[in-house]
Unconditional design. Sequence first.
Length: 195
Amino acid sequence: MVLMLSGGLLLLVLFTPLVQWMSRSLSTAWTGQEQGVLILLSGASVTYADPPGLVIGQNTYWRTVHAIAVWRHGHFRNLLLSGEGSEETVKPLLLANGIPESAILVENKASNTHENAVFAKPILARLSGPYVLLTSDYHMYRAARCFAREQIPVETLPAPDFSKGADRPLLRWDKFWLLAGEFASIGYYRYHGWI
């Protein structure tokens, strides 16, 4: 019975638009705002033991690449980089791609999306808006609601992270589990009153 259910789920994920439907329910449209403060949420990083240090993770990389492109075409005054380890992993990539160090503010303590909003709030209180939140498309639903819960009005700018490969059946299985984890996180955040 378990094998039949597992096989059915695999076929459903690989050969139907289920994954695309799930992802559409989480992403928001880009509001088109290209000025003010760009808020970049870092995601995963990889820890190495020898030599010790952090390396940028895949979802953080795609968010950062998108932020660089948006910065180049927009008229932002500042970029607030939020997330534990982001000064070591993300900031060098931003600087290497022409974003002035004087424009970059770093919040380097947040270890989850709720903390991104909580720790960004006092920094943003010193800056005039508009505030434009940039994170992965599948993560935007939860992130925007965390910022709203902290009474930080944000425009949304989802990075097309999830859409890379979602149209290929062999990659859908991994994408399905990524979305399942995000839905579980949304439930957890609702339970704690963070969104």
